[in-house]
Design a protein around this ligand. Structure first.
Ligand code: SF4
Length: 473
């Protein structure tokens, strides 16, 4: 059977989609190739959020095509996900070596399309059409095979954490974002369907599940899919109306799963944090004290231009409520620097908001115009030099706050869930605190999957170190 190599750009949703496609292909008998240089099929899972990400994927494909076409002309090359969706046929016109372009609602067809191309029945396939029910097709996992080199006899390690896709798409239409075009309208899976997938994962040894979606706090607001209906029918139905949002109803249902230790979710939208969700933090012990809340800017004027739907005051009020519910909550964020029209005063407000909240970490993005988004045509685009300079200043502030917060952990005992060997130093083990901080310690394989109390002895740059002498053996 052919071997496949999938390279993923972008967010956790893309990571999850790649895993589901890989699992689908492995189930069909494909093996996973360690590099593109030895694969029979190379798929690039692409991101469109920034221009840079698109350019990187196109450049990578050009290099792969130049190489494989010289030496191995039968290798199948494909693009999938966001850039595939937004550019479609244009990608093949630009890169004629590409054989497959698979849109964001078509991942479940990957194996069939590759079979057709490999068998010579079809030359090129571009499929970026919408497909009702496709939100429920991202369900296969590679718990044992993700890092395996099939056929080499190496037993792959157990996966302790897993992502579960609960919805696709976004209806928010932030003015800088291309996601509503690439991922389509919000479509949610049914609670029963999601819980069944989570149960299955837990029965295979998973202890922590992260519920995934572009805007998870909108889960179910436009109905949920009916798992019993066949794909191809518009299967959304209303969630029964109670005082709780569908997302909180989902959290409660997942929380019931015996053997599951921790629940996380990403990405929420600040305006979707109702009191019922904050109250859920106080009530559901498996829902860990960690929140990724993309604020994007600290200036009301810029937030309005971005079409974010909340003010600085409302965001700060939300942080207060969350800290009241869970005093130790870890809060991270996304911030865009240099949005069109952002003045020095607007930027100063972002700096002051970062200090006031005391984010544990923040992902900073220099604004990058995306075609077909309202922000790309806005006046007063901020020159690159200023965007870079502001990015640098904000990064210094975030690092300074992060260092203070991480240093404060030294000497404390904290619970971690051990995930496996550290990526930087596989001789050590790594786990995560409930508030999502990474802890490295001198453990061994037998600690994998355990909830351990460790004493923090040292803080590095966004990493904590635990004393092996204190580990409960
Ligand atoms: S909420 Fe805004 S930034 Fe997030 S995916 Fe939707 S449109 Fe994009």
């Amino acid at each position: 059977m052919p071997s496949v190599f999938i390279k993923t750009y972008g967010c956790q949703m893309n990571e999850r989609d790649s895993e589901a496609v890989a699992a689908q292909l492995v189930a069909k008998g494909y093996t996973l190739a360690p590099t593109e240089a030895v694969a029979d099929v190379v798929l690039l899972n692409t991101c469109s959020v920034r221009d840079f990400a698109e350019k990187k994927a196109i450049g990578k494909m050009q290099n792969i095509a130049a190489d494989v076409r010289k030496n191995r002309p039968n290798v199948v090359l494909g693009f999938m996900c966001c850039m595939a969706q937004s550019r479609g046929q244009e990608l093949i016109d630009k890169l004629p070596d590409v054989d497959l372009v698979l849109g964001t609602q078509k991942f479940h067809h990957a194996a069939d399309y590759l079979d057709e191309i490999l068998a010579g029945h079809r030359d090129k396939i571009v499929d970026v059409a919408a497909e009702p029910g496709s939100e429920a097709t991202i369900r296969e996992h590679l718990l044992y095979g993700k890092v395996a080199r099939n056929g080499d006899g190496h037993k792959p390690p157990l996966q302790i954490t897993a992502y579960v896709s609960i919805m696709q798409g976004c209806n928010q239409r932030c003015t800088f974002c291309i996601v509503p075009d690439t991922r389509g309208e919000e479509r949610s899976r049914s609670i029963a369907d999601i819980v069944a997938e989570c149960r299955q994962l837990v029965s295979q040894g998973v202890k922590e599940i992260t519920l995934l979606g572009q805007i998870v706090t909108s889960y179910g607001k436009r109905g949920v899919g009916r798992a019993e209906l066949p794909l191809g029918r518009d299967a959304q139905q209303r969630v029964p109306t109670t005082e709780k949002s569908p997302f909180v109803q989902l959290l409660e249902a997942v929380h019931e799963i015996e053997g599951l230790e921790r629940i996380r979710f990403t990405s929420p939208h600040p305006k979707g944090y109702g009191d019922d969700l904050i109250e859920a933090y106080a009530r559901l012990p498996k829902l860990v004290e960690s929140a990724h809340l993309p604020v994007q800017s600290g200036s009301d004027r810029v937030l309005k231009l971005m079409h974010r739907g909340y003010t600085r005051e409302r965001f700060l009020g939300l942080i207060k409520k969350l800290r009241r519910a869970r005093p130790d909550i870890g809060i991270t964020t996304d911030i865009i620097v240099g949005f069109p029209g952002e003045t020095e005063d607007d930027f100063e407000q972002t700096l002051s908001l970062a200090r006031e909240v005391g984010f544990d970490n923040a992902y900073l993005f220099k604004y990058s115009p995306r075609r077909d988004t309202p922000a790309a045509g806005m006046p007063d685009q901020v020159p690159l030099k200023i965007r870079e300079e502001r990015n640098h200043r904000l990064l210094e502030t975030i690092n300074e706050i992060g260092k203070r917060k991480y240093d404060a952990f030294v000497g404390r005992r904290t619970q971690i869930l051990v995930e496996g060997p550290s990526r930087k130093n596989p001789a050590r083990m790594t786990g995560r605190t409930r508030c999502n901080r990474i802890v490295v310690f001198e453990g061994s394989e037998r600690h994998r999957g355990q909830l351990l109390d460790v004493k923090i002895t040292r803080a590095g740059s966004f990493t904590l170190y635990g004393d092996p002498a204190i580990v409960n053996l």
